[in-house]
Write a protein that binds this ligand. Structure first.
Ligand code: NAP
Length: 253
């Protein structure tokens, strides 16, 4: 029956940046669907850990700073040592820096590109090698953005990095679909998390954005649960290289 295809009982998820925000929402959605969770964080994900455990699933915490892409090999080794396998990778960790393009610093370029694009690619590469060694495919879900589709203002490295996420999602799907690896992305719209705090504190920008969202509200972490479970499950086995907007209709305007 089709609903059985959404069941993730016994699956192991590796997710980056799940101590807060959308990552926490997705970790909890995946745990509700049956997954054990391996969380990769800079800071202690105690709140997510206790919520996952309350759902009756394992939570394994790995500490890593994804500003340094070379950490990814160790992360995958530790994940496999802890849980024996990986079935699903969620590349969620991401940062944003704001400044005029005329003033934008090389540091703000490199930091954002390293976390949002470079670590995402090399972690996907390591996990895809693991999927191939395990012999039965897997699921990779990258977190893109409206700025994978649009230019944005005063966030040059964020726009570059998230445009790269959508392109890399397609490239990795093209190369790895034959190994039964599905690579897709979710592009959240304007969601109320730490990432958008600066934007939401600017009253005129906040109201301007809200007025343009057909759904009439900012998104919340729970809005990610259904889409991520779909893309992590057998229900999406023939979906490859697609970036699904979860945006309250923003891109439809
Ligand atoms: P958030 O609350 O700021 O979450 C970002 C997560 O990434 C946090 O867990 C953060 O950990 C982690 N992270 C940042 N730098 C890291 C590093 N160097 N190493 C390891 N982890 C790191 O914001 P969010 O909105 O939930 O963001 C999640 C993803 O959604 C990001 O990729 C973001 O770009 C994307 N997104 C968000 C929106 C939105 O409207 N909120 C829209 C489109 C896309 P720390 O707590 O330790 O910093």
């Amino acid at each position: 029956m089709v609903l059985d295809a959404f069941n993730l009982e016994g699956k192991v998820v590796l997710i980056t940046g799940c101590n807060t925000g959308l990552g926490q929402g997705m970790a909890l959605g995946l745990a509700q669907a049956g997954c054990d969770i391996i969380g990769v964080n800079r800071t202690d994900p105690a709140d997510t850990q206790s919520k996952v455990e309350a759902l009756g699933h394992r939570f394994c915490s790995l500490q890593a700073d994804l500003t340094h892409p070379e950490v990814v090999t160790r992360v995958v080794e530790q994940a496999v040592a802890a849980c024996g396998k990986i079935d699903i990778l969620i590349n969620n960790a991401g940062i944003i820096r704001h400044d005029d393009a005329l003033n934008f610093s090389e540091q703000d370029w490199d930091d954002v590109m390293n976390v949002n694009s470079k670590s995402l690619f090399f972690l996907s590469q390591q996990v895809a090698r693991q999927f191939i060694a395990q012999g039965h495919g897997g699921k990779i879900i990258n977190i893109a953005s409206m700025l994978s589709f649009q230019g944005g203002i005063r966030v040059p490295s964020y726009t570059a990095s998230k445009s790269a996420v959508m392109g890399l999602t397609r490239l990795m799907a093209n190369e790895w679909a034959r190994h039964n690896i599905n690579v897709n992305a979710i592009a959240p719209g304007y969601m109320a998390t730490n990432n958008t705090e600066q934007l939401r504190n600017d009253e005129s920008r906040r109201e301007e954005i809200l007025a343009r969202i057909p759904a009439g509200r900012w998104g919340i972490p729970d809005d990610m649960m259904g889409p991520v479970v779909f893309l992590a499950s057998a229900a999406s086995d023939y979906v490859h290289g697609y970036t699904l907007a979860v945006d309250g209709g923003w891109l439809a305007r």
